[in-house]
Design a protein around this ligand. Structure first.
Ligand code: 3PG
Length: 385
C-alpha cells in the first residue's frame, strides 16, 4: 500500500485518522499509550509543513449527538502539552469552514458525533474526503471497523495512504505470524473460549506451544477430566478444547490458586489440579505451573501474548500473570503483545520497555491474528492500485 512516508506533504491539507480512543477519567487522560504511539506520525506531518488535521473516535457515544464525556478535548490538551504548543479542537468540522496553517495541528472532534460514521455513510465519507488533499489511515486499533473515517473516506480522498504506525503494526504482526522464529509460543488468556475460539484455532496452526490462561484454561482443565468446581468455564466448548489439545502442545496447569468467591479480599489457596473441590473457584495458576510456563517461555524464540492468566487486578491472584510478565521481559525471544488487559498487565508489572513490540490494537489485533483482512487495510490496497 501507499505510505505516508513516500509522499511530499508540504503545504498539503492532511487528514490523519488515529486511534486516540484512550481511557479518560474526570476530564483527564489516564493511559497515554495510544497517544504516544500516534505522536511520531503527527510530528512527521508537522515537520513536513503539512496542514495537519488529526481525528479519532473516543468511546461509544450515541451516534450523531455531541456528548461532553466523549469529547476529544482532554486528548487535544494532552497532545498540546507533549508538543509544547496550543492544539485547537474543532468542534463542528464536517462541513469545513476552518483554516489550518502550515505546520499547525488541529484535532477534529470525536468522529462518532457525526451521524453515519459507524454505517460508513457515503455522503459523510465524501465530506471528510473533501477536507483534505491526503488522507492518512494510521489507526491500527480501529482498522477492523469499516466506518466513514476509517474506510469510506479513503475511497473518495484524492490520495489515501497508510500512516507509519499502521504500517509498523502490520509489519511487526506480519513478521511474528508469517515467518516466526521457532519455537513459537502463544499465550491466550481471558475469560472465555467462545470469544477467542477463532484466535485459538488460528494460533494452533502457527505456534509450537499454546499456553492458555484464565477462564479459557478452566475449560481446558475440564476437557482434560479435572474438576474445576465453581470456576468460570464453558462446558459446551470442551470438544473444541480437546480438538485444540490434539493439534498443538498445550502445557496444562499442574497447580492452581483458588478462592471460594470473587472478592478483592478473598484469601488465595494453592491446590494441585487434582485437589480442586466442588465449591472452589480457580483464579490463577499455581507456583509449579508458573515454573513450567517460564521454562516454555525461556526456550521460545517468538512469543505472542494476549490476555492474563489470572485475576491480576487482585494482587493475591496476580502472581501467575506477574511471573509470566517477568519471564517475557527476561526472554530474548521476539515478543509481541496486544489487547487491553494485556497492556494493563504490562503497565502494572513495569515491563513496557522489555517487550519487543506492543500493539495498540485490541479487537484489531485479535482479528489480525485470526487471519482476517482488516477493512481499512483492504481499502488502502484498493486505493493504491
Ligand atoms: C478499541 O479500543 O479496540 C478500538 O479503539 C475500537 O473501538 P470500538 O470497539 O468502540 O470500535
Amino acid at each position: 500500500v501507499l505510505k505516508m512516508t513516500d509522499l511530499d506533504l508540504a503545504g498539503k491539507r492532511v487528514l490523519i485518522r488515529e486511534d486516540l480512543n484512550v481511557p479518560v477519567k474526570d476530564g483527564k487522560v489516564t493511559s497515554d499509550a495510544r497517544i504516544l504511539a500516534s505522536l511520531p506520525t503527527i510530528k512527521l506531518a508537522l515537520e513536513a509543513g503539512a496542514k495537519v488535521m488529526a481525528t479519532s473516535h473516543l468511546g461509544r457515544p450515541t451516534e450523531g449527538e455531541y456528548d461532553e464525556q466523549f469529547s476529544l478535548k482532554p486528548v487535544a490538551d494532552y497532545i498540546g502539552n507533549l508538543l509544547g504548543k496550543e492544539v485547537r479542537l474543532i468542534k463542528d468540522w464536517v462541513e469545513g469552514g476552518f483554516d489550518v496553517a502550515e505546520g499547525e495541528l488541529v484535532i477534529l472532534e470525536n468522529v462518532r458525533f457525526n451521524k453515519g460514521e459507524k454505517k460508513d455513510d457515503e455522503a459523510l465519507s465524501k465530506k471528510m474526503a473533501a477536507l483534505c488533499d491526503v488522507y492518512v489511515m494510521d489507526a491500527f486499533g480501529t482498522a477492523h471497523r469499516a466506518q466513514a473515517s476509517t474506510h469510506g473516506v479513503g475511497k473518495f480522498a484524492d490520495v489515501a495512504c497508510a500512516g507509519p504506525l499502521l504500517a509498523g503494526e502490520l509489519d511487526a504482526l506480519g513478521k511474528a505470524l508469517g515467518n516466526p522464529e521457532r519455537p513459537m509460543c502463544a499465550i491466550v488468556g481471558g475469560s472465555k473460549v467462545s470469544t477467542k475460539l477463532t484466535v485459538l484455532e488460528s494460533l494452533s496452526d502457527i505456534c509450537d506451544q499454546l499456553i492458555v490462561g484464565g477462564g479459557i484454561a478452566n475449560t481446558f482443565l475440564a476437557a482434560a477430566g479435572h474438576n474445576v468446581g465453581k470456576s468460570l468455564y464453558e462446558a459446551d466448548l470442551i470438544p473444541n478444547a480437546k480438538a485444540l489439545m490434539e493439534k498443538v502442545d498445550v502445557p496444562m496447569p499442574v497447580d492452581v490458586i483458588c478462592g471460594k468467591k470473587f472478592d478483592e479480599n478473598e484469601p488465595a489457596v494453592v491446590k494441585l489440579v487434582s485437589e480442586v473441590e466442588d465449591d472452589d473457584m480457580i483464579f490463577d495458576v499455581g507456583p509449579e505451573t508458573q515454573k513450567l510456563f517460564n521454562e516454555v517461555l525461556k526456550s521460545s524464540k517468538t512469543i505472542l501474548w494476549n490476555g492474563p492468566v489470572g485475576v491480576f487486578e487482585f494482587d493475591q491472584f496476580g502472581e501467575g500473570t506477574r511471573s509470566m510478565s517477568l519471564a517475557i521481559a527476561e526472554s530474548e525471544a521476539f515478543s509481541i503483545a496486544g489487547g487491553g488487559d494485556t497492556l494493563a498487565a504490562i503497565d502494572k508489572y513495569g515491563i513496557k520497555d522489555k517487550v519487543s513490540y506492543i500493539s495498540t490494537g485490541g479487537g484489531a489485533f485479535l482479528e489480525f491474528v485470526e487471519g482476517k483482512k482488516l477493512p481499512a487495510v483492504a481499502m488502502l490496497e484498493e486505493a493504491s492500485k
